[in-house]
Design a protein around this ligand. Sequence first.
Ligand SMILES: Nc1ncnc2c1ncn2[C@@H]1O[C@H](COP(=O)(O)OP(=O)(O)OP(=O)(O)O)[C@@H](O)[C@H]1O
Ligand code: SF4
Ligand SMILES: [Mg+2]
Length: 371
Amino acid sequence: MGMSAENRAPAIETGSSDVSRAPLRTDPAYAPTIVLENVTRVYPGAASLFARRSAGTTALCGLNLAIDNGEIFGLVGESGSGKTTAARLIVRLEKADEGTVRYKGQDIAALRGSRLKRFRREVQMIFQDPYHSLNPYQSIGSIVAEPLHIHRWRTRAARQEKIQEALAQVGLTPPNDFLARYPHQLSGGQRQRVAIARAMVMDPQVLIADEPTSMLDATIAAQIYAILSEIQKRGGLTMLFITHNLAAAHYLCDRIGVMYRGYLMEIGPADEIIERPFHPYTQALLDALPRFGHARPERQFATLRKTRRMHPSLGGCPFFERCVPADPDHCSQDHPPMRIVGERHYVSCFGYTSGAGSQPNKGMALSTSVK
Ligand SMILES: Nc1ncnc2c1ncn2[C@@H]1O[C@H](COP(=O)(O)OP(=O)(O)OP(=O)(O)O)[C@@H](O)[C@H]1O
Ligand code: SF4
Ligand SMILES: [Mg+2]
């Protein structure tokens, strides 16, 4: 893909005096749990015998995002849009090439010693693939116990009790039946429950769930959503939920951010994003969802071009080549700033003023398969 880091998303233009709920806020009195400030991540290109190292892939480009304490924030976008990269930067599995990731106001790149240990304990991640994220040679008991051992958590008896509690919390009951089993003896859904239990055993304050159900069928996925929702409500956890599926994000999340090729295209309250999507890419994602009752083509937004436009400019809108309502002169040349279009609702698109987001999506019932 190889997008230029120069083509960075510009700062937010609010167009309103109320910026208190902006995706990025600089007022020190307001402290969301996780903040990404102008974060760029470029993966180096591979060198070969016959070619010099290529320019690399810009997985995230100038990303600004703030996740509030106690909310479930959904990051949605197609494959390769940078969702997992954002998650890996937040848990410090990787470092940003530019910009800052903050946890409770602290730059996580600067954390050392006991503060880093505490961060590792408080911020937990569930990975996309339950088949590869669990060690096949470890029993379920020892997988869930591992974080407790690493952090030398209390006594052996207290650890045993904690493991049982974590397994029960994710519906693996009675817990004693699962302790001695191995991952290959469990179904995909049960494995993902084990992954959630392992993340929850440390009583984290932040849980990042990266496509936790992409390998599971719809019924099992719905059970996992219900568990995550229950866990979040009970513990007041801050959660980042990553998915391809806008309907799943709508079901679970308070707010949703829509990513495309490393850029944030639209961000807002989950209901607003579904009922009044402004960005043509968000509208295309909604078109792709199964709907009941209103399948008539005229109810579709039809904002996704079947063929790509020629000669997109590197400085233009990242969605230009696929965007039906694009203005070729404007959109191919300039990067649209992030502007406010509703309460806590922001969009990076020139077209919103001409009514791109004026088609309310009410009545276009989303598939209830995740509910
Ligand atoms: N380790 C890596 N080395 C090189 N390129 C990478 C690496 N990890 C990710 N990328 C590239 O960065 C871009 C963003 O990848 P990322 O995994 O963050 O996307 P994603 O939104 O999580 O996609 P998916 O929905 O498929 O999981 C992609 O173009 C991907 O090919
Ligand atoms: S800025 Fe232009 S090209 Fe980009 S999404 Fe909006 S209308 Fe389409
Ligand atoms: Mg991913």
